[in-house]
Design a protein around this ligand. Structure first.
Ligand SMILES: *Cc1c(COP(=O)(O)O)cnc(C)c1O
Length: 414
């Protein structure tokens, strides 16, 4: 691999660099303070206090009471746990979610359907927004929970969770939101949102992978998903991942402190990148509404090229970005999010997500802006998807695709 040293990281919605301050905070718990927080002796018990401090820090990030915070292993577990609990405690058998959720919800919904539960996947508009009237109509007397993400990880489009939660309350239905993409980017206030459950994941906010949290509103009935010991007041079995939890707490503090940077400097970098592409590279279009949108995310379709090929060439110059689809490795299936927005498969397959973060610099955006146009040009020059290469009519799309996929496969193998 001729990978250059420097990594130009534009994939912050996939995961984030662990903040140096966060690494510093967790090291004592890896090196010295490795006791079990549930142990009675001082060596273990002293660790307990640090877990509780982290609980306060994470609670403060979302304006919750620490008692309302359950530490989990990841955002996926938090989402699964909320829906599971609602089904068990209400005894109802219907779930409402959207067609653009993270695979944590999409595949859990499919799993529930295979077990005889009913799941409604709400469609979205062409700009990725939600039709609240449709949501209202989809809530039934037997609906256990409505789970709608706060912000979409592929497009950055933000959903009106306050209104979603109000609708749920008026119909006496529990409400969950997957807010994994939101901390550090938008302010989160669970009281203002009015939700019963909210999920976060530490590795999306500059802390390590393997720890998440589920906010459960006070007095909301809750039954555990991971069943075992009496940890987390009996709401989540399993010995606490202390170093990760401490890291999460520190990262929560930092996320509140960097909110402003994300909304001014990072937003300006994102806008500069997006505006550059849309005005200087022909046949490009933004996927999803311009606003309300996360300040760090740009999802752009480059017509007549495969996103996989773009990402491959970007990778060769040290740039990390991703295609619309969550698990892109080997799959040329278009993103379920873009598909739900009615984006045509050809366009969806040419869509690239750039997600910026607090560690991105002006120079890094300069580098990307400098290298992207020739990459797109080069791919379009050889692309059989490019109608400019063909007599105007009877363009063999399927044949061209097959040929192009072969080329991508060959390029990958090299
Ligand atoms: C990353 C992500 C998740 C999953 O979080 P994990 O901690 O990786 O399980 C869930 N929802 C959204 C919106 C995400 O971006």
């Amino acid at each position: 691999m001729n990978q250059p040293q420097k990594v130009y990281y534009f994939d912050n919605n996939a995961t984030t660099r662990i903040a140096p301050e966060v690494v510093d905070a967790m090291i004592p718990f890896l090196r010295d303070l490795w006791g079990n927080p549930s142990s009675a002796y001082a060596f273990g018990a002293q660790v307990h206090g640090h877990v509780e401090k982290a609980r306060e820090q994470v609670a403060s990030l979302v304006h919750a009471d620490p008692k309302e915070v359950i530490f989990t292993s990841c955002g996926t577990e938090s989402n699964n746990s909320a829906i599971h609990s609602a089904l068990v405690t209400t005894g109802k058998r219907h779930v409402v979610t959207t067609a653009v959720e993270h695979s944590a919800n999409m595949n859990f919904g499919d799993y529930l359907q295979r077990r005889g539960f009913e799941v409604t996947y709400l469609p979205v508009e062409s700009d990725g927004s939600l039709d609240l009237h449709l949501l209202e109509k989809s809530i039934r007397p037997d609906t256990a929970i409505v789970s709608v993400m706060h912000a979409n990880n592929e497009t950055g489009v933000v959903f009106p969770i306050e209104e979603v939660a109000a609708l749920c309350r008026s119909k006496d239905t529990l409400c969950h939101t997957d807010a994994v993409q939101v901390p550090g980017k938008l302010k989160i206030d669970v009281k203002q949102l009015g939700v019963d459950f909210l999920s976060l994941s530490a590795h999306k906010l500059h802390a390590p992978k393997g720890v998440g949290m589920l906010y459960v509103k006070r007095r909301t009935k809750y039954t555990p998903y991971v069943i075992g010991g009496h940890q987390e007041k009996g709401r989540r079995g399993g010995t606490e991942s202390v170093a990760n939890i401490v890291a999460f707490g520190r990262a929560a503090e930092l996320a509140m402190a960097t909110l402003n940077d994300e909304n001014t400097r990072v937003r300006a970098l994102r806008d500069r990148l997006e505006n550059f592409i849309l005005t200087n590279i022909p046949n490009t279009v933004r996927n999803g509404a311009k606003e309300p949108r996360l300040p760090n995310t740009a999802n752009i379709a480059f017509d007549f090229v495969e996103a996989e090929a773009v990402l491959l060439l970007l990778d060769q110059i040290g740039v990390c970005a991703s295609s619309g689809s969550a698990c892109t490795t080997g799959s040329l299936d278009p993103s379920h999010v873009l598909t739900a927005m009615g984006v045509k498969p050809m366009r969806a397959r040419g869509s690239v997500r750039f997600s910026l973060g607090i560690y991105n610099t002006e120079d890094e955006v300069d580098y990307l802006i400098q290298h992207l146009p020739p990459i797109i040009q080069k791919l379009r020059d050889i692309s059989p998807l490019n109608p400019a290469h063909e007599d105007n009519h009877a363009y063999d799309v399927a044949g061209a695709r097959a040929k192009h996929e072969q080329e991508v496969a060959v390029a990958k193998a090299e």
